[in-house]
Write a protein that binds this ligand. Structure first.
Ligand code: PAF
Length: 281
């Protein structure tokens, strides 16, 4: 496995792979890799001749009061995991390699105005900026994102259409711990009591999945989910919402494909979870 911090080096490798007619898959990550990332890498390995993983804690997707400094990092462990999964190249740039100061950013449209975009107003612009840069640096045929970050996935898919990237975006299912908690690098912030309390998110998902169906009103789905979370003293709801799966705008009932998503603060840690529903699923 090759490791590089330099854009010029990765471009050289990409040029050679393209000349050999190889397909390239990219898994963008912020490192501190877990089973969720491993599932993306495995799918990418199956689908492509070459697998590139980026490992970069992207400063521009964090708001001023967010956890940029505290965000967990362990490049040695990430690198060993990537090697064991057959990754060809890991791209681990410094912020100065990625960003000029000042720099142009990608601006997101109305998909940004609901769910996480409300409490994290700079987040998705920062995500799209780094993802667009990674797409231009790596020129992948396919790129892999987790469905846990469902709004991010919807926005990246829209960006690829709107900015004409010739890249297939592949969404991969949420990976959960044995007890149901969705895998996240931020789970590491939870103390044992909070870790237990955090199970209210996946229990709420199950409650919602049990009642959703064609034409069912949003509140019929969301009320039992809220109840489940409100019963947990260490948990505070940021949002629990049903939105159109493509536009991310709130919907009153499940008529077409919908996303039911939540953000919940457990202790001081903000966690997200969701499920998608459509008639033909
Ligand atoms: O999902 C993430 O880890 C990040 O938002 C991403 C897509 C790697 C961009 O920094």
């Amino acid at each position: 496995m090759q490791e590089t911090k330099a854009i010029a080096e990765i471009r050289k490798a990409v040029k050679a792979w393209k000349q050999e007619g190889k397909t390239i898959g990219l898994v963008p990550t912020m490192g501190f890799l877990h089973e969720g990332h491993a599932s993306l890498i495995k799918k990418c390995r199956e689908d492509n001749d070459v697998v590139v993983v980026s490992d970069f804690v992207n400063p521009v997707q964090f708001g001023p009061a967010e956890d940029l400094e505290a965000y967990p990092r362990d490049f040695g462990r990430d690198s060993a995991l990537c090697e064991s999964l057959g990754v060809d190249m890991i791209f681990h740039p410094e912020p100065a390699e990625m960003y000029n100061d000042p720099h142009i950013t990608v601006q997101v449209d109305t998909l940004n105005e609901t769910l996480c975009g409300v409490t994290r107003p700079v987040h998705f612009g920062g995500v799209c900026t780094v993802v667009a840069k990674l797409f231009n640096i790596v020129s992948p045929d396919r790129a892999y994102f987790g469905e846990k970050d469902a709004q991010q996935l919807a926005i990246v898919k829209k960006m690829v259409i709107d900015l004409n990237f010739d890249i297939t975006i592949v969404g991969c299912p949420i990976v959960r711990e044995a007890d149901g908690l969705a895998r996240s690098s931020r789970n590491t912030y939870l103390n044992p009591e909070e870790r237990q309390a955090a199970l209210c998110l996946s229990r709420a998902v199950k409650k919602g999945q049990a009642v959703i169906g064609a034409g069912v009103e949003g509140e019929t789905v969301l009320a039992p989910m809220r109840q489940e979370i409100e019963a947990e003293p260490l948990a505070t709801i940021d949002y629990v919402q049903m939105v159109d799966a493509l536009t991310m705008q709130p919907v009153a009932r499940a008529d077409g494909p919908v996303l039911v998503a939540m953000a919940v603060v457990v202790g001081k840690t903000r966690l997200i979870d969701n499920f998608s529903w459509s008639q033909d699923r």
